[in-house]
Design a protein around this ligand. Structure first.
Ligand SMILES: C[S@@+](CC[C@H](N)C(=O)[O-])C[C@H]1O[C@@H](n2cnc3c(N)ncnc32)[C@H](O)[C@@H]1O
Length: 279
């Protein structure tokens, strides 16, 4: 039986809790200092992208972005266990007015290593075929940055076909009954890193939780979790992620109303058993 509460956050009641975690409607920069040191196995988060247009979830100008993010990283470092990890999902974006990529996604890890005590363990690139790698303005409209490939912007990820060896691997496993390596391809990025870097019962923290995909992935594979999010709107709807199939619309409405009104909700009676929810 796992201890329910990931870590107590003095002076704060979670917006909702499940069997394994708590989501808080808080400013991470404020509450991180209230957490005990050396307790978190994995902090995983995707910060707002540093784009030129401020989006509703708080994008920052690139010039201030690196320092802004470093303030979170400095606090995360204190709460991480000595063998803990910090996974940061850093997207890219273009500079204002010129066909050039921003540099912040390089500067952030360099600053974290040079000044904050982190070590860079790995950089991992995801491939989303429906996502543009640059702004359409420079490639397709002004045709300045790259050749127009019939409307397609080339991906920055080279895929090297590996079907031959994988196929044989799978055939061999089937033929012999050998266990297949489970993490050949991630179901989703949070779950991939959770399986990669933590064990069941470990504590996972997302300091910029948004819709709480990290907490949901953690719950699904029996990691304890904490989520911090400064938008009540995002916290409220994120609770739906945890509800098992079959929870009726009236119950959903009641949960929503309680969360929106700031009344703490215990979702554990409505949460699907671990493993089943992610499938
Ligand atoms: C890119 S989104 C995260 C998306 C999330 N990974 C998901 O799967 O939905 C970044 C989030 O950080 C939140 N945020 C920004 N500054 C914050 C702060 N100081 N404390 C807590 N949350 C913050 C924003 O409200 C936004 O929801």
């Amino acid at each position: 039986m796992l201890e329910q509460r990931a870590i107590a956050l003095p002076g704060h009641e979670p917006a909702y809790r499940t069997g394994l975690g708590e989501a808080y409607f808080v400013d991470s920069l404020v509450v991180l200092d209230a957490l005990p040191a050396n307790r978190v196995n994995l902090a995983a988060t995707s910060p707002p992208v540093a784009v030129q247009r401020k989006k509703e979830y708080g994008n920052r100008e690139q010039v201030e972005y690196v320092n802004w993010l470093a303030e979170f990283a400095r606090r995360v470092y204190r709460v991480l266990k000595t063998d803990g990890s910090f996974v940061l999902d850093l997207g890219g974006s273009c500079e204002r007015g010129i066909p050039s990529r921003g540099h912040y996604n390089f500067r952030v890890p360099i600053k974290m290593c040079d000044e904050l005590g982190f070590f860079l363990a790995e950089d991992v690139y995801g491939y989303n075929p429906s996502k543009l790698q640059g702004t359409i303005e420079w490639v397709n409209t002004r045709k300045i940055r790259a050749k127009d490939n019939g409307g397609a912007i080339p991906s920055n990820l080279l895929q090297i076909p590996n079907t031959e060896s994988n196929g044989q691997y799978l055939n061999g496993c089937k033929a012999t009954g050998a266990k297949q390596y489970p993490a050949r391809f991630p179901v989703n990025p949070p779950e991939f890193f959770l399986r990669f870097l933590t064990e069941p019962g470990d504590v996972v923290l997302d300091i910029l939780a948004g819709s709480n995909t990290t907490g949901s992935a953690a719950e699904g594979i029996e990691r304890r979790w904490m989520a911090f999010e400064e938008s009540r709107e995002y916290i409220v709807s994120s609770g739906f992620r945890f509800l098992r199939k079959g929870v009726g619309s009236e119950t959903m409405r009641a949960i929503y109303d309680d969360l929106a009104a700031g009344r703490p909700v215990d979702l554990s009676p409505y949460v699907a058993p671990a493993q089943m929810r992610l499938r």
